[in-house]
Design a protein around this ligand. Structure first.
Ligand code: SIN
Length: 279
């Protein structure tokens, strides 16, 4: 294990995901995941089936609501890609355009996501991760006290139409999809079930309001928290290499896709592991 000179993240050394994962290695990965929040496995030329099997070691997998962008034949994999085939997008090209924790809009949000690089641009395409334990720990004590009893609403549709206006290839959501992503409420401050540390659990993509506050107060407070949670000293930026597998903890980090130039192709496969009800 090689810890990064950053506020989160480590590279896992000497592991080949083509081979069966021994229980001892699995335990080390679980521990490192709780400690470092983002784990990077370099040079993992594995199949989608191996990606799914490795992901399942950490829990049941969640199926993304935009089923249009599943890897054909593998519903557990969401394609993150700006590539078009026969005029149609094969994946979510603008996934991660706002800071977020994957699937925080679900009643049972995600433990973590595993993103596997398949085709990378020569420039751009980085992913930024921010440490939400540090975001919580560096808030003024009086604000921490205010936040502790609060709950916030998270909703998938908060920015959906805004994204669709910029990216008209995004499909209109059907009633069935809307039913799958009804708004949910989570505590603003949660405790990580494995490392026991508190974390600030709000993000600009999906957190729509603080429950029980007037709209202007809720907006002001959320803006303050969103700005605080992405201070440069909390951030690790991942520069992708071919065949990287990156496993991040959606309970303790938020992330942002840095963007890819329009003339460059980018394609990654993502699985999302189910977590537990946030407390
Ligand atoms: C995501 O938000 O899951 C995608 C991140 C990325 O494409 O860099």
């Amino acid at each position: 294990m090689r810890q990064f000179a950053a506020p989160l993240g480590a590279q896992v050394l000497g592991l080949d995901l083509n081979r069966p994962l021994h229980e001892d290695d699995f335990s080390l990965i679980r521990k490192a995941f709780a400690d470092h929040h983002v784990l990077v496995f370099r040079k993992q030329d594995i199949t989608p089936q191996q990606h799914v099997a490795f992901s399942r070691r950490f829990g049941p997998l969640q199926i993304h609501v935009l089923k249009q962008f599943q890897l054909p034949g593998t519903q557990e994999i969401l394609q993150i890609s700006n590539i078009r085939e026969n005029g149609e997008p094969i994946g979510l090209g603008d996934a991660g355009a706002f800071w977020h924790s994957d699937l925080s809009y679900k009643a049972i949000p995600s433990l973590g996501s595993l993103l596997h690089a398949r085709e990378l641009p020569t420039t751009g395409g980085d992913t930024h991760f921010s440490n939400m334990h540090l975001a919580w720990e560096t808030l003024p004590a009086a604000l921490q006290k205010t936040l502790l009893p609060l709950k916030a609403e998270h909703t998938y549709i908060k920015r959906y139409e805004e994204q669709r206006a910029k990216a008209p290839w995004r499909p209109a959501l059907t009633q069935t999809q809307l039913d799958e992503v009804r708004p949910v409420v989570h505590p603003v401050v949660t405790t990580h079930p494995e490392n026991g540390r508190k974390t600030l659990f709000v993000n600009e993509h999906f957190t729509s309001r603080i429950v029980g506050l007037p709209v202007d107060e809720s907006d002001d407070l959320l803006q303050q928290l969103f700005a605080h949670s992405i201070r440069p000293e909390f951030i690790y930026t991942h520069q992708w290499e071919e065949d990287d597998m990156v496993f991040w903890d959606n309970r303790s980090v938020i992330h942002l896709a840095g963007g890819t130039p329009d003339d460059q192709r980018r394609r990654l496969n993502r699985t999302t592991v189910e977590g537990t009800v946030p407390v």
